[in-house]
Ligand binder design. Structure first.
Ligand code: C2E
Ligand code: MG
Ligand code: MG
Ligand code: MG
Length: 278
């Protein structure tokens, strides 16, 4: 290779990177504009008792349709919202909207219904997070124990001291905590014990494993046993077929969320779905 070959490789590489960064910046501006124009919305996916199919809660999931009417998956835009700091305001809006939605659901006759809300790391670590949470609770008037914050395992590992302190304060407020996508992060078991969360949410990947391979569902089974020995609640996400649901029950997991029971729904569809599944 000659020197000029190397140089042209190098310029090619940086140009590609430039394209990627420009694309990210473009998306960030579009996301901010969509948020400001109130074009983000929330869908709600029911969480049910596996045996009866009866709902006991919902998870709030953020949606963004861009100007062309295309849905951008949250896995694509949440990282951009985090990276740009937009997540702090967007996350506050999600939390408040979800709390007020829970009030409407309880007015429909669903008492002690739960609302699960995803909280990202940048939001959770923000110095005003606890204040924001308190305000959402008092303004909406919901019972704190009906609100559940979903945090990720990796979050719990980044700054354990601050996380533990925050979790304790959240617990004092009566708000519940679950660890989302459990089994995909790296939390140590001793750390898990220290965190004093209420629930483990088994990652979809392990539910998927239930119908294939030879070690069918062994990780899901292990997480369920772990939740039992730590006296935590457990829920399976991404349950798509009856075999998975039945297997989970034999393992001792009675709560699930997934397309088998219900897809995420806009609020009007949710109301009629709830009324049919009361
Ligand atoms: P998550 O919190 O683990 O949410 C569950 C995801 O699994 C949702 O994807 C849901 O639509 C999908 N899902 C549920 N049941 C099934 C099923 O049976 N099969 C399959 N294949 N998928 C199922 P979604 O809505 O695309 O959200 C992706 C992720 O984006 C969420 O994963 C969460 O980490 C993040 N996210 C969504 N909304 C918010 C939000 O308001 N704030 C934050 N910080 N993150 C959010
Ligand atoms: Mg979640
Ligand atoms: Mg999850
Ligand atoms: Mg997930």
């Amino acid at each position: 290779r000659t020197k000029s070959d190397l140089r042209s490789d190098h310029t090619y590489f940086t140009r590609e990177m430039g394209v990627e960064i420009r694309e990210r910046v473009r998306m960030m501006h579009a996301l901010r504009a969509a948020f400001e124009a109130e074009r983000l919305y929330i869908v709600y996916q029911p969480q049910v008792e596996i045996g009866s199919g009866k709902p006991f809660g919902v998870e709030a999931l953020l949606r963004w349709k861009n100007d062309d009417g295309e849905l951008i998956p949250p896995d694509q835009f949440i990282p951009i919202a985090e990276y740009s700091g937009l997540i702090v305001n967007i996350g506050e809006w999600v939390l408040r909207t979800a709390c007020f939605e829970l009030v409407r659901i309880s007015e429909l006759g669903f008492q002690q219904f739960r609302m699960a809300v995803n909280v990202s790391q940048a939001q959770f670590m923000h110095p005003l997070f606890l204040q924001m949470l308190k305000r959402a609770l008092t303004d909406s008037g919901i019972s704190p124990q009906n609100l559940e914050l979903e945090i990720t395992e990796s979050m719990a590992m980044t700054d354990p001291e601050l996380v533990i302190a925050n979790l304790e304060k959240i617990k004092e407020m009566g708000v519940r905590i679950s660890i989302d996508d459990f089994g995909t992060g790296f939390s140590s078991l001793s750390q898990l014990q220290k965190l004093k969360v209420n629930k483990l949410k088994i990652d979809r990947a392990f539910i998927n494993d239930i119908c294939i391979g030879t070690d069918e569902g062994s990780i899901a089974k292990m997480i369920i046993e772990l939740s039992q020995s730590l006296q935590l609640e457990v829920i399976a996400e991404g349950v798509e077929n009856q075999l998975q649901a039945d297997t989970l029950r034999t393992f001792g997991c009675h709560h699930a969320q997934g397309f088998l029971f219900a897809k995420p729904k806009n609020k009007n569809d949710l109301y009629s779905w709830l009324e049919q599944h009361i």
